[in-house]
Design a protein around this ligand. Sequence first.
Ligand SMILES: O=P(O)(O)O[C@@H]1C[C@H](O)[C@@H](CO)O1
Ligand code: HPA
Length: 318
Amino acid sequence: MSAAHEDTSLEFVASNLDILATILPERLLKPQVGIVCGSGLSTLAASFRERVEVPYSSLKGFGISTVHGHKSALAFGLVGPGDGIPVVAMLGRFHAYEGHSLSTVVYPIRVMARLGVKNVIITNAAGSLDPALPVGTSRLIVSIRDHLALPDLTGFNPLLGPAKPQYPRFLPLSAAYSHSLRRTVFFAAHELGLPPSALGEGTYAWVSGPTYESPAEGRFLRAAGASVVGMSTVPEVLAAREEGIEVCVLSLVTNFVVIPDGYRSVREEVDAELSGRPLPPVPQVEVSHEEVLAIGKEKSEVMRSLVEKMIELIGKNA
Ligand SMILES: O=P(O)(O)O[C@@H]1C[C@H](O)[C@@H](CO)O1
Ligand code: HPA
């Protein structure tokens, strides 16, 4: 897989703005908030008013999302009371494991920046590394406050390449996840009456995929301080920060990676059996993308209402 150096796609941005200007009504043309829909979460845009969908194929420089649960289109619309706030959503994202270059992965974020987006809410499906973060019923959403990106640290970073005068050469990441937007997430959850247990805070580990983590990898990421793990998001966060966009990330926990008591030696098991006191079976987990999508579908309504309430509060505070 190639790294991100040859970023030729930016030259298409201006023509995309022209294309969009011929498709969209004036009030949709300057979205204030961008949304990235994670696996199974494209329904986040289902309630946009005056919604217009623009397929990636009608724009320049966009790839095609090949992953089940990701559509290849932007959705423009209005969210919130009154005239509403103009927003744009990526109904599907690009992952490096699909073979896309990192510059393609982050390209839609750069387009959003040029459309005028100031805040982006990036969502994803993620596996839980924390046995205390149960899937599904409680703390199903994790507001991300930090990340651990082994690909970035080892040379697979979307910002690699010649310095560009419009961007900082050395981007600081100490406050990459907007403190103000992270507060807004919790105020939004409160206004919606979500129980405190529905929303946690944590650190996202980015892995390249497409393999899910081995148990040892899961425990390694956990020991290194991550709470959830996924195969996306961080490249988008870096590009958004480089563009000066405020970032909020919401992970929907769809499965366990690290489970309590998930490891036991077979020797111990056999010895116990031979001594006539067999041990109870160890719980096993095997994640599948179908399970990820099913949980995403089941829980997308909570995520949708949270994102919508956040947009409303962002509009009020603007
Ligand atoms: O696009 P996201 O990060 O939501 O998708 C996750 C990570 C992989 O693409 C896929 C694995 O099931 O879901
Ligand atoms: O367990 C996982 N690992 C990596 N990415 C994921 N996306 C959803 N679940 C997972």
